[in-house]
Design a protein around this ligand. Structure first.
Ligand SMILES: [Mg+2]
Ligand SMILES: [Zn+2]
Length: 230
């Protein structure tokens, strides 16, 4: 078991940092909107971002130049097509009882994240959200960024709201950072966290890099694992 993570000497001053899209939800809600309503140009934009030729921030600005949705239409479409992880609500109650804060760090939008939590009856008193924001003016959408800088702290390419930067800030407050993620923009933070739960492409990346992690399928797995340690 000990080989699965780096350092875990003290959970008495720990915080959990989690990605949102594809980690807490089953699908990426941003891709869902971009690909459904942005048409072919949105595929091109995402391809350029994946190749590191376009910043995440610039990409989002370009997507929303062409997408026309009211906030109600935007959220309804996401709620119809995406689901929260089925273990997430229990997980939130569990860590709240243990006094461990959850910080959601996302390159997506706080509109989606907080509405999803509200809809699912998740008590967000113990949850902090660092994400970008969408300003709706009728059916026109403008993305407002959490962090104006688009550069990844670790030089892994543009990651939008750099999770490593947020993690380093949190490191000054918490001794142990437990990170949960699934994708490309989670790589930088996963490299520096004290303990990592990974699924999806993040898992493959960490395996290739030889960075220790604990694989998970859903938040029930994470709760069970932490429960055995606490
Ligand atoms: Mg993700
Ligand atoms: Zn980064």
């Amino acid at each position: 078991m000990a080989a699965n993570y780096k350092r875990l000497d003290d959970l008495s001053n720990a915080a959990i940092v989690s990605d949102f899209d594809g980690t807490i939800t089953d699908i990426d809600t941003n891709d869902l909107i971009y690909f459904t309503f942005g048409g072919q140009p949105s595929y091109e934009i995402e391809k350029l971002i994946a190749q590191g030729k376009l910043g995440v921030k610039e990409g989002a600005l370009q997507h929303f130049k062409r997408i026309r949705l009211t906030e109600h239409e935007f959220l309804s479409f996401i709620f119809q097509n995406a689901r929260l992880d089925e273990g997430f609500k229990d997980f939130c109650e569990f860590i709240s009882q243990k006094g461990i804060p959850l910080i959601v760090v996302s390159g997506g939008y706080i509109n989606t994240i907080s509405s999803f939590f509200k809809k699912e009856g998740i008590d967000s008193a113990n949850i902090k959200i660092y994400a970008n924001r969408l300003k709706f003016n009728g059916c026109h959408i403008e993305a407002v960024f959490f962090d104006e800088s688009d550069e990844c702290e670790s030089g892994l390419g543009p990651c939008g709201n750099c999770k490593l930067r947020r993690l380093r800030e949190l490191k000054t407050q918490y001794r142990t950072i437990i990170f949960i993620g699934d994708g490309t923009t989670d790589r930088c933070a996963a490299r520096e966290a004290d303990m990592v739960f990974a699924k999806g492409s993040l898992r493959e990346y960490l395996t290739v890099q030889g960075i220790p992690y604990i694989p998970f399928n859903d938040f029930h797995d994470i709760r069970r694992f932490l429960n055995a340690l606490l």
